[in-house]
Ligand binder design. Structure first.
Ligand code: HAM
Length: 432
């Protein structure tokens, strides 16, 4: 297709495989997704955040607002012309669309929302880094009280704790505001310039265009220089410093531990003041951030809205699950049904019984396609069902069915009409 993205290293790809850098999530692994998204939705609701759903693509300009000099905008965006000639891009991150929605709909602040959505970045795929990744995130717009920064961090912190993730460190920094940034930028440029000749064209370009983009680079050959760079903290205005200290005091009061990370700058230009990242000590350093976020007090205004401060975060689901694997948290569990109905009578009896069980709230299944009774019992075993319920002609004629405990092998006869109630009691006792 003319104008379509081509990937030279991928020319002989098998087209009936998921594209490079994307993954299918199948059961039982997908069961973990259900669990973590449900846990997040519950926690977000408890904090007063409502779900927001925005399109997977936006006008290109929306995403250009995250920073013209960032890797995401410059090198990684999936942008295209649609058939109507509009310049659109697939969502590379979740904050810009939420702020765009805020500016468009003008909800009454504070506006507190959460989301779960795929993001698209044309990156070099590796473990923990994909071309499509999912984020769980939240944004709070309309308040610049440091207490909201604390609330946002508390939302993530407790979420990881609830999932059983323990080897997670919270890194905290202030990116300053529009008044402290110019002086810091100049200090960085003055410090970096003498190294530009040795460290390559990319380095030299970043020094002039956006020296903060050097601080968040993972390039090994730049690290020595980066480590001795001037620190933002020394350039903060009194106001930004006071904000930062109030965030620290708020976190202290809630017993949330953090490390000050003076060189944490995050990858987007919209950040102001509070910036944070949760890193998993169980992951490789290059992909150890399982979540991150910060303030973006100018973004709504840059999109033509009223001046509206904001703060939020995004958690990478795939990366978080790699951290869970490393720590043995949120194990994948095969879905099990409560009852598997084995049909030895034919007709519609089995269908009616399964429907009754399901309506009663019992996970139930059966075989299709007129399988032999032996084959049906095999399927019942393989399904991991707790009970097998057998419809057989002789028992049914007396108004009974045979219920087999598939763990102990014990078998009892139960009145046909009492089967849902009987199973509910047994399953309920075990769940308790
Ligand atoms: P981000 O740091 O670019 O921030 O992404 C958030 C998280 O998404 C990362 O910490 C990481 O876990 C995951 N992630 C990012 N890129 C990839 C990738 N290529 N493959 C797998 N996982 C990835 C944002 O996107 C901001 N919108 C966060 C935010 C919300 N700031 C304020 N509000």
């Amino acid at each position: 297709m003319p104008g379509a993205m081509s990937d030279p290293v991928d020319a002989s790809r098998d087209v009936y495989r998921a594209p490079v850098g994307t993954r299918d999530v199948l059961p039982p692994e997908s069961g973990r997704w259900v669990e973590i998204v449900a846990a997040f939705a519950t926690r977000a609701a408890r904090f007063g955040y409502g779900l927001v759903v925005t399109p997977a693509f936006e006008h290109l300009e929306v995403f250009q607002r995250v920073g013209e000099t960032t890797d995401v905008v410059r090198k990684e965006m999936y942008e295209m012309l649609d058939r109507g000639g509009r310049r659109i891009a697939l969502r590379p991150e979740g904050t810009a669309p939420v702020v765009r929605a805020y500016v468009q709909h003008r909800p009454t602040p504070p506006w507190k929302v959460w989301y779960v959505a795929p993001n698209f970045r044309y990156e070099r795929p590796q473990r923990g880094r994909y071309r499509q990744h999912y984020q769980l995130g939240a944004e709070a717009l309309g308040v610049d009280d440091p207490a909201v920064d604390v609330e946002i961090i508390e939302l993530v912190h407790g979420y990881f704790r609830d999932l059983g993730l323990e080897q997670v460190t919270l890194l905290l920094n202030s990116m300053g505001d529009e008044r402290s940034r110019p002086a810091y930028r100049e200090a960085l440029q003055a410090y970096f310039r003498p190294f530009a000749a040795d460290l390559g064209a990319d380095f030299a370009q970043r020094v002039e265009e956006n020296p903060m983009r050097i601080l968040d680079s993972k390039r090994d050959d730049w690290q020595e220089v980066v480590e001795r760079a001037p620190q933002m903290y020394d350039y903060l205005t009194d106001e930004s410093r006071e904000h930062f200290e109030q965030v620290e005091r708020g976190l202290d009061a809630l017993g949330i531990r953090y490390e000050i990370a003076p060189r944490l700058v995050r990858g987007f230009d919209y950040y102001t003041r509070t910036a944070f990242e949760f890193v998993s000590d169980a992951l490789d350093a290059a992909q150890n951030a399982i979540g991150g976020g910060g303030r973006y007090d100018r973004l709504a205004e840059e999109m033509g809205g009223p001046p509206t401060p904001g703060i939020g975060f995004g958690i990478g689901i795939e990366r978080m699950l790699i951290a869970c694997d490393a720590e043995g948290a949120v194990p994948a569990r095969a879905a099990r049904v409560d009852a598997f109905v084995v049909d030895a009578v034919g007709g519609l009896e089995a269908a009616v019984l399964v429907a009754e069980l399901r309506e009663a709230g019992l996970a139930s299944d059966r075989a299709f396609g007129g399988r032999s009774v032996k084959a049906q019992w095999k399927l019942a075993d393989r399904s991991g069902a707790r009970f097998g319920v057998m419809l057989a002609p002789r028992e049914l004629a007396r108004g009974h069915v045979a219920v087999k405990d598939l763990v102990t092998g014990e078998q009892v006869e139960v009145e046909r009409d009492r089967v849902p109630a009987w199973l509910l009691t047994r399953v309920g006792e075990e769940r308790r």
